[in-house]
Design a protein around this ligand. Structure first.
Ligand SMILES: [Zn+2]
Ligand SMILES: [Zn+2]
Length: 147
């Protein structure tokens, strides 16, 4: 299981939700939210008795593409004259730049960020307080907006 990149959790649009009875507060998206780089789903954890935003889909840069196969290496060695080293490094640089622009989506299974064993469910506003089951009140404006 890949670790959640913590910076991802700060993306998207979040609201302050507050419980009028027990004063529990959470700053979460309030459902499924997507930004350019990730989709975030708000969950309720019955073990933490808290709401969490967790990434469900994250766009990641491809570091080592599957295309780095023996075939492409063979083709490269045919195309590149061994004596001309500068040309080879130029080609490699160009290859690297091209690859760095490629992204793919990684899907995550919904889970509590604290523990795999916690019982969780997707949470969507309007929803109940994870502590006292009172309906949470949402702030009118986004608490923070990041992309
Ligand atoms: Zn409450
Ligand atoms: Zn939990």
């Amino acid at each position: 299981m890949a670790e959640f990149p913590s910076v991802i959790l700060a993306m998207g649009r979040s609201y302050m939700f507050e419980c009028p009875r027990c004063y529990y507060r959470a700053i979460v998206a309030g459902g499924l939210d997507s930004s350019f780089h990730c989709w975030v789903q708000t969950i309720v954890c019955y073990d933490c008795k808290a709401l969490h935003d967790v990434p469900v889909r994250v766009r990641v840069r491809i570091e080592e593409p599957h295309g780095t196969s023996a075939a492409s290496q063979t083709r490269s060695s045919i195309l590149m004259p061994r004596t001309e080293v500068p040309e080879v490094s130029n080609l490699l640089n160009r290859l690297f730049v091209t690859l760095a622009k490629e992204f793919r989506w990684v899907n995550y299974k919904l889970r509590c960020p604290k523990s795999d064993t916690h019982r969780i469910e997707p949470w969507r506003e309007p929803g109940k307080c994870p502590r006292c089951n009172t309906q949470l009140e949402r702030s009118l404006t986004p608490y923070r907006i990041w992309d």
